[in-house]
Design a protein around this ligand. Sequence first.
Ligand SMILES: C[S@@+](CC[C@H](N)C(=O)[O-])C[C@H]1O[C@@H](n2cnc3c(N)ncnc32)[C@H](O)[C@@H]1O
Length: 304
Amino acid sequence: MQRNVQSAYLAAEGFEKQLEQELEGIVDRRERLFLSDQPVQPAFWAQNIWRNPQVFEIESINHAARILKSIQRNWSLYSTSHHRRSTLIQEKLPHVSAKPLVFPATLPKAPLGAWTLLDQNLLLASADCSSPFANGEVVFEENRTGPPNRAYLKLWEALTLMEALPRQGEFCIDAGGSPGGWAWVLAKTGADVFCVDRAPLDERVMKLKNVDFEQGNAFNLKPEDFDFVDWLCCDVICYPEKLLGWITPWVESGKVRHMVVTLKFQGEPDYSVAGRFAGIPNSDLRHLFHNRHELTWMWKRGND
Ligand SMILES: C[S@@+](CC[C@H](N)C(=O)[O-])C[C@H]1O[C@@H](n2cnc3c(N)ncnc32)[C@H](O)[C@@H]1O
């Protein structure tokens, strides 16, 4: 049994292979949870990282609950076996609200640990997880009437994790923004949105008074053509290498305060470009709960 586990990683659903490829020292796997004998390491495809987990021998359901409660209040279960026993333990722990977030939302402040049963009498638990959400699932109360598609959920999630929002009158570029889910999110904050896409915007988004649309190639947008950009958002479908070449001058220009960019992968791609995005100072690159075969790069200018 794995007593030498130093870190554990919960893969985003469907992206277990990607996570497995990026991790060192895997000693065990429980469904989407990978256990490693190495200290915590970056893992873009992890939905939640369990730092310094501990293994506990448990004698009973009550004993397990006592151990967890003695460490901290809030725990989320990732159940991979002994489901009934696991549920009975979780039921003995203080209730943790699982209500969907209403955007704009703040991040939960109370620490949320994660645990699982490795065996009937062996519990793995981490009090220090990378995500404040149960199993990294950022669930929102959805808006089924405003946005033209579900892409808005990605931007809602990114802005929530960045703990930053565009403000009234700020200037946002939305590259590859059609049909307009992201433009809708940005416009609803009161910011001014300049959206560029080869395809037209949804009519309802086009009608929003603070959305300006230009049909064309977003990669023609260059920092020298703008005085200042508060938010540069990009959801263009293209090779991540091309995207890196496009955003680099924007980063170097010092004219942008925040960026949210989706890196989209197709087929059996070379993921090494992800490390180059992550290497840009002040970056946060990860697979969002609402991402598909893509990663989201979130960046804030250092001196703001
Ligand atoms: C995933 S969709 C964007 C969805 C959008 N963020 C939303 O919330 O509705 C990708 C968009 O990239 C656009 N696109 C692809 N290449 C482009 C380019 N070179 N310039 C501008 N738009 C491009 C496509 O037309 C498409 O609308």
